[in-house]
Design a protein around this ligand. Structure first.
Ligand code: SF4
Length: 601
């Protein structure tokens, strides 16, 4: 692809896709070559540069989505047209387009079939599914985790067009996926979100209590089940009062870092620079994580309300909801919820008649695990490659668009609602956590348990396998524990004391039919693929880790010793010298498998 503006022209379809997003060109300078015969005198005086041009850069990712959704790939002509419209250098736009796995800059069929081959699907027959697809002659791509682990193995069919069609097939059999690939709009509907919540309808649920109990498209039902009581209380308390409640409740981030939410909000609110932003990180991509999807699909208004509360507390008037690109149903429901909230005065210039202005913009990710790192996510929204930034400065000072930003994930945000409706003390006394249980269990799904429940109690609910081999806590960035460690309390402190991590709440259960070296190799492949490549320890280390694991896949004892020593050395370098959490944790699971499970012994 030529990275300078050339003569490439967009097709009518590509031009229509871009214009549907940006509106028609304001000037002949913005149009594709040859599309205007004459330039008018107004064109000669037209220019967009400096700040006006920079302020449109964040439309690059939506623009790439628009073309990719309509046509299925991004041609040179389409990219050049988008670049002219946004005043972005083509080389930079090419760098962005090629960063994301959902985009292609090479021609490909309008229908793309993705089959998840990640950890949970691997434990439940993904290899057989792929073999069946090959036998049936259906082209497909092997995909990292699609976030459908409770229904593994999973496949996602995307057919480009206007509108594009998405079909989720899970649990998937080769014939069903092949049929969905032929006629995706006829694929059977997915089960309701409550299907992913084995405890649905039980007493004691806090975060999941509305999932399955309300129509996710009905604002009235949401309100009838307690919706918007928290926002009313927030207005009664005032911003400082909201932050005080959240701080006293002791809420910490649920994305893995466990940073106190009240401190983050206080630090953002106190910044003199403006505007302030709220960002919801809904890009859950940790293999084995799907709780945020279930909350967004089953209770989307809760997230809209919680973001509004967060915005009010930190003095923001705009919130960005950055959603995984692989979550079409959550996208649809959230778009509907945001639209309804706007129409009913719950978003907009005068929220609930309180004189407070707040709105939410949904941005779709495009298949990059690293965009779950908050600063990479900011770059992604801003229309740049999703590469993490060095910290400091921290997001509370310089976050999205270089402005003070409070970034929280979905589970963290929805916890704010019970804090406000029930009070900080009541919340702290009965705080709960969501867990994503998948793999070799009878009842996979999202479970909500009080902090302090043990791993054994959680597995008891999910139905453990007879011959338990290991449990991966915290996902690919987490660590393995043994079957004799089921008394580990599921708290941040308890798992830390046991030398492991709660991470984002992944509990992936493996029985002894699973080949552990194959699982470790899959984790290594995942990190090699997902490393953004920005820093050497991670870029090179993840490759060396994979190579070593491949060499010892069939070896044990002395035959594996040299490579295990190498793995330790590389792992130390990644942990000590990588810029962000991906490189720092890429060796965790492998190390724990060697040291705790005795892999390769
Ligand atoms: S640690 Fe890896 S993912 Fe993170 S910035 Fe460095 S290369 Fe990128």
């Amino acid at each position: 692809m030529d990275l300078r503006f050339g003569d490439s022209k967009p097709t009518d379809e590509e031009r229509a896709a871009v214009d549907a997003l940006l509106g028609p060109p304001e000037s002949a300078w913005e149009a594709a070559p040859g599309s205007f015969v004459d330039r008018t005198s107004a064109d000669l005086r037209w220019a967009r540069g400096g700040r006006a041009a920079r302020e449109r850069r964040d439309l690059l990712l939506p623009g790439l989505h628009a073309v990719n959704d309509r046509v299925g790939w991004i041609s040179e002509g389409a990219l050049a047209y988008l670049c002219r419209r946004l005043t972005v250098p083509p080389a930079e736009a090419y760098g962005v387009a090629t960063f994301y796995s959902m985009f292609s800059v090479r021609p490909r069929p309008a229908t793309v079939v993705q089959v998840c081959t990640d950890l949970a699907c691997g434990a439940r027959g993904a290899a057989g599914l792929c073999a069946g697809m090959e036998a049936a002659g259906v082209p497909f791509e092997r995909s990292p985790c699609l976030g459908l682990c409770e229904r593994a193995p999973a496949a996602l069919v995307v057919r480009a067009g206007e509108p594009p069609v998405h079909a989720v097939v899970a649990p998937a059999r080769a014939e069903a996926v092949a049929k969905a690939a032929r006629v995706p709009h006829d694929a059977p509907a997915e089960p309701g979100a409550a299907h992913a919540v084995p405890q649905a309808g039980e007493e004691g649920l806090v975060l999941l209590r509305r999932v399955g109990a309300v129509d996710p498209y009905s604002l009235d039902e949401y309100r009838a089940h307690g919706g918007y009581a928290a926002l009313r209380r927030a207005f009664a308390l005032g911003p400082a009062g909201v932050i005080r409640e959240v701080t006293e409740a002791g809420l910490v981030g649920r994305g893995g870092a466990a940073f106190p939410t009240g401190r983050k909000w206080q630090a953002t609110a106190a910044q003199p620079d403006g505007p302030h932003y709220v960002v919801c990180n809904a890009d859950e991509s940790e293999p084995g994580t799907f709780k945020d999807r279930v909350v967004m699909e089953g209770d989307p208004y809760a997230l809209v309300e919680a973001m509004t509360v967060a915005g009010y507390a930190v003095g923001a008037h705009r919130g960005y909801l950055y959603l995984r690109g692989e979550y079409p149903r959550a996208l649809h429901r959230l778009e509907h919820a945001v639209g309804q909230a706007r129409a009913r005065g719950l978003l907009g210039d005068d929220v609930l008649g309180q004189g407070y202005a707040f709105d939410i913009e949904i941005r779709r990710g495009a298949g990059a695990y690293i965009c779950g790192e908050e600063t990479a996510l900011f770059n992604s929204i801003e229309g740049r490659r999703g590469e993490p930034r060095s910290k400091p400065p921290f997001p509370v000072e310089k976050g999205l668009f270089g402005k003070p930003t409070a970034a929280n994930n979905v589970e963290t945000l929805v916890n704010v609602l019970p804090i406000l409706t029930g009070g900080a003390a009541a919340f702290a006394a009965a705080e709960t956590k969501l867990f994503c249980v998948s793999g070799s269990v009878e009842r996979p799904g999202v479970y909500e348990l009080p902090f302090g429940a043990t791993l054994g109690e959680l597995l008891g609910l999910a139905g453990p396998p007879e011959r338990l081999r290991a449990i991966l806590l915290g996902g690919a960035a987490g660590g393995f524990v043994r079957p004799d460690e089921l008394d580990i309390p599921l708290t941040f402190e308890g798992t830390r004391a046991a030398g492991t991590t709660l991470g984002s709440g992944v509990v992936l259960v493996l029985d002894d039919s699973v080949a552990l070296p194959r699982v470790l190799l899959r984790i290594a492949e995942f990190f090699r693929d997902e490393s953004c490549g920005q820093c050497v320890p991670c870029r090179v280390g993840t490759v060396r880790q994979e190579e070593a694991l491949r060499r010892i896949a069939e070896r044990t004892g002395a035959a594996a010793a040299d490579d295990i020593a190498l793995l330790r050395e590389v792992g130390r370098a990644m942990r000590d010298a990588s810029i962000c959490g991906l490189g720092q944790t890429a060796w965790n699971a492998v190390e724990s498998a060697i040291d705790r499970l005795g892999a390769y012994a």
